[in-house]
Design a protein around this ligand. Sequence first.
Ligand code: SIN
Length: 283
Amino acid sequence: MRVKVLEGVGAEVSQIDLNELADSEIDDVKTAFAEHGLLFFRDQDIDEQAHLRFSRIWGDINVNRFFDAHPEFPEIAVVSKEPDQTFNIGGDWHTDHSYDHLPALGSVLVSRQLPASGGDTWFTSMYKAYDGLSAGLQSFLESLRAVHSAKHVFGSRAPEARQEAIGDQFNNKSAADELEDPVHPVVIRHPLSGRKALFVNSGFTLRFEGWTEEESAPLLEMLYAAAIREPYITRFNWQPGSVVFWDNRATWHFAQNDYQGQRRVMHRTTIEGGPLEGVVGIH
Ligand code: SIN
């Protein structure tokens, strides 16, 4: 197995077949995942069973409440955009499942049908986002927690125009409305790497705990802009056989919506995570 570290975020892993992983290779993938938080694999010929097998190495699979499920393998969520649809799933910077009390570890995304061009996915590093801030701001942020929510994305708090564009691409609006909004530390100690990472995102973070949304917006916007500096970013161009495994606690991503009139179908598994710890008192 070969690991090539990329300049922005993540590493490309080659000389590996995800269908047949020896124990030593699993250990090497674990090490690379803990270190880079984002792994790109190319030229993989994996079917749904192999996708599930690879995903289960990392933990239990979260059955997505909002996306369509694969008809035969309900643990696989289908992330698709049809030629006549204008909305694409994941078309803004976000990290998945920060609206859960136990945010997901990460996701394994497999390309199944790609447009002739476009449909890249962009990733950025939450370690670099944190490391790039001044020491003063870092230490202030370490004392804060933030409220996250799914209601304005998947539920009835979503603006009307957004709900109209989404159409029937999301299901189960009431599940989002019923979720109790969790509070997470703004800076976490990453459970695998031990490094500090910024844990707010423009998709699901509502406000700082004890602050109003209006008061929180300027600082959140500043952090969002700081997190997408060019040197932190990797843009991934999907090909048949591409597989990406990302860590939601170490990265953000967004799917570019620039292939109108064409079909794009991806299969996603999401792996359950655990509680996130802040860093107050640990330096
Ligand atoms: C997602 O946000 O999970 C979708 C990413 C993609 O389709 O590239």
